[in-house]
Each structure stands twice: as C-alpha cells, then as structure tokens.
Design a protein around this ligand. Structure first.
Ligand code: SAH
Ligand code: DHB
Ligand code: MG
Length: 231
C-alpha cells in the first residue's frame, strides 16, 4: 500500500473507534472549530488519544496535573475532566493568543475552577513553580516544543510526588527518532529526553508507537519512583 492509502486506512480505523467509543462532544467540537478559526495549527491530540489521557488520569487517581503545551486547551479539557472536584491542572503555554483562547475554551467547558493556564516560556514557568515550592504534581503531560523535552523533564523531576506519571507526546515522529539520518532539532530533543529518562534510576519507562489521524507517532510513559537513596 502506498503512504496515502495507509494514512486513509489509519484514519478510517481511528474514526471508527472515535465514533464508537469516544462519541460526539459539542464542547470539544467547538474548541476545535474556534482553534481553526483563529488560525492555530491542528496539532492537538486525536480524540482517541484525548480519551486515553482521560482514562489514564482516572486509572491513576491523579489529583494534580501539569501540562506543558496548552494550544487551544483540547488536551487540557480531556485531562481536567478526569479530575475530581478537588483536583487541579496547571497548563503552560508560551503564546499569548493560544493561552487566551484556551482560557475561553476552558471556561466554556465549565472547568475554569480547576484549570490555570500559565503564560510564558515553559522553562520559566517551571522554574517559577519550583521557586514557589508548588505542591507536587502526580500527572504530567509534556507536549510543547520537542527540542526542549529533556530540559522540561529535568525541571519536572523537581515538581513530582512519588508515584507520579509522566507522558511525553510525539516521541516517534514518523520513525525519525530511530533514523540515524534524521538530525532535526525536535528529533534530537526527543532523543535527549529518552536518554535522560533511561539514565534516571527514579524513572521506569516505556514508549509506544501509534498510528491514526495524526499519522505515525507515539507516547512515552514513565513512573517516578524515587528509592530511599534518591530522596
Ligand atoms: N497539548 C495540546 C497541543 C499542544 S501544541 C493538545 O493536544 O491539545 C504545542 C503548544 O506548545 C503550542 O501551543 C505552542 O505555542 C506551545 N509552545 C511551544 N514552545 C513553547 C515554549 N517554549 N514554552 C511554552 N509553550 C510553548
Ligand atoms: C506537532 C506537534 C505536536 O504536539 C503534535 O502532537 C503533532 C505535531 C508539530 O509541531 O508538528
Ligand atoms: Mg503533541
């Protein structure tokens, strides 16, 4: 099969699962419409992936979520909906336009009480959270500029409670991550990210490839479990 047919097949299966298991959602449809109308790139997680994030938060019983890369708030809403009423989500976004649109969308989703969008370069926001002694997070979704993924991981490790989960988006990049001829900045960032998690004895990790409406990509998944000697 040529690549075009392959993508059509992946999308058809994704649509089938999204229609069967995820269902229609007027709020999320509106978020994607407003995102497109304002000219934001359509790089949000797929519906089936948003639902996966939502299920992971519920499986884990997470109460404090940190997201790096808000865009229009699509993944934010999937994550925040999984929180109980006492839960909190902090999402970091570098673009003022994206942050403002996301805040509106989060308001429309009725989640403003739980969600704070922090505007500014994510490294600065992470440093601010560290300096402020922010309460530790138990679930982190890393989905911003991939060339900084390793830097984000290093900062995030200072903001976690034992047992926390870290998910990294876009770690496959159409196979680029394992292609020795690919030296794009984002791919190199993902490699440094994977190397750092591999070398850190406090993290237990894997990564999974995915195909679907967003093509061929994947997630990393880590659990943070500091041993006695690390604490
Ligand atoms: N998680 C979103 C998609 C995020 S797209 C979803 O699935 O719905 C990546 C976002 O990261 C963009 O909005 C972009 O503006 C933001 N971003 C890129 N570099 C950044 C940086 N250095 N600091 C903060 N945000 C950044
Ligand atoms: C891109 C970024 C993402 O976070 C994503 O999920 C897909 C694509 C991108 O920058 O191309
Ligand atoms: Mg992504």
């Amino acid at each position: 099969m040529d690549l075009h047919t392959t993508q059509q097949t992946w999308s058809r299966v994704d649509d089938y699962f999204a229609d069967s298991l995820v269902g229609n959602d007027p709020v999320l449809d509106m978020v994607l419409r407003s995102s497109a109308e304002h000219g934001l790139p359509a790089i949000h997680v797929a519906p089936t992936q948003g639902k996966l994030l939502n299920l992971l938060v519920r499986l884990h019983g997470s109460q404090r979520i940190l997201e790096i890369g808000t865009l229009a708030g699509y993944s934010t809403i999937w994550l925040a909906r999984a929180l109980g009423s006492g839960g909190t989500l902090v999402s970091l976004e570098g673009s003022r336009l994206h942050a403002e649109l996301a805040r509106q969308n989060i308001e429309s989703a009725g989640l403003s009480e739980l969600v704070q969008v922090m505007e500014g370069a994510a490294v600065d926001s992470l440093d601010l959270l560290i300096d402020q002694g922010a309460q530790p997070f138990d679930f982190v979704f890393i989905d911003a500029d991939k060339e900084n993924n390793d830097v984000y991981l290093e900062r995030v490790l200072k903001l976690l409670r034992p047992g926390a989960v870290i998910i990294g988006d876009n770690v496959v990049r159409k196979g680029g991550v394992a292609d020795p001829d690919n030296n794009e900045a984002d791919v190199q960032g993902v490699r440094r990210f994977i190397k750092r998690m591999a070398e850190d004895s406090r993290l237990d990790s894997t990564a999974i490839q995915t195909v679907g409406v967003k093509g061929w990509d994947g997630f990393s998944i880590s659990i943070y479990q500091p041993g006695k000697s690390d604490e």
